[in-house]
Design a protein around this ligand. Structure first.
Ligand SMILES: O=C1O[C@H](COP(=O)(O)O)[C@@H](O)[C@H](O)[C@H]1O
Length: 244
């Protein structure tokens, strides 16, 4: 499935702060370059600690970036199935960190638990949005990686790993709270031109090493199963890179 993709690149920064600044700068450059070439960028966002730091750096650097925020499409690789105003929601965190500050208008959110009947309905609505608005081919897809090797909301050994023929799936019994989630499937994630894994801290070092190892399985370490069409880069700090 991903054997034909270019091998991953690894970029290591001294600490989480420097990492966030570097990723934010690179993201702004990619978006500006895409717009200068006449393209409409589609960017996949992730939740998590380092992603939040990246988002805040994007907000800080936005004014000098030359990006036209009104035309950028923003998507989410996964979402926690909670109420729209829950602080656990990835979209709410991203809005607070930078989307509202830059006045982004094309933000594609997964429906929340107080908006649809269940996670299945949310996944179906999000899959429709991905199909109709063209978000199936992200220019840049940022992904966190859990200490267990999960990516988006695809957890080791979980039935959602096997979902095919759709771009978004409901997840129940997630080992990480909250238990109900919606995730893009491998089928959708692997359509990205550039996949950027973001990881900081000792707790991620083992998962990062397994994700990049020559051997191992996607079922054990789902992050092994996502590679970009033209680029995969692991953006790490020293601690997250310490077992490579
Ligand atoms: O629950 C989630 O966690 C992961 C990783 O978060 P982190 O705080 O350990 O960096 C994140 O990638 C995912 O989007 C989110 O739903």
């Amino acid at each position: 499935m991903i054997a034909d993709r270019p091998p991953p690149l690894i970029e290591v920064q001294p600490d989480a702060e420097t990492l966030a600044t570097a990723v934010a700068g690179e993201l702004l450059n990619r978006i500006a370059d895409a717009q200068a070439a006449g393209n409409v960028p589609h960017i996949g966002l992730t939740g998590g600690t380092i992603a939040d730091a990246v988002h805040r750096e994007v907000a800080r650097m936005a004014a000098d970036s030359g990006v036209d925020w009104g035309t950028v499409h923003f998507w989410f690789g996964d979402e926690r199935f909670v109420a729209a105003d829950s602080p656990d929601r990835n979209a709410l965190q991203a809005r607070a960190a930078f989307l509202d500050a830059v006045a982004a208008t094309r933000v594609h959110e997964v429906p929340a638990a107080d908006q649809v009947a269940d996670a299945e309905a949310a996944a179906a609505a999000y899959a429709d949005d991905v199909r109709t608005e063209g978000g199936g081919a992200f220019d840049v897809l940022m992904l966190g990686i859990g200490p267990d090797g999960h990516v988006a909301s695809l957890f080791p050994g979980h039935p959602a790993l096997e979902v095919a023929d759709t771009v978004a799936a409901a997840v129940h019994d997630s080992p990480k709270p909250p238990p109900d989630r919606v995730t893009l499937t491998f089928e959708a994630l692997e359509r990205s031109h550039a996949v950027w894994f973001l990881a900081s801290g000792d707790a991620k070092a083992g998962a990062v090493a397994r994700a990049l190892a020559d051997d191992g399985t996607v079922a054990q370490t789902p992050a092994r199963g996502v590679r970009g069409l033209v680029e995969t880069t692991f953006f790490l700090d020293h601690a997250a890179a310490s077992r490579l």
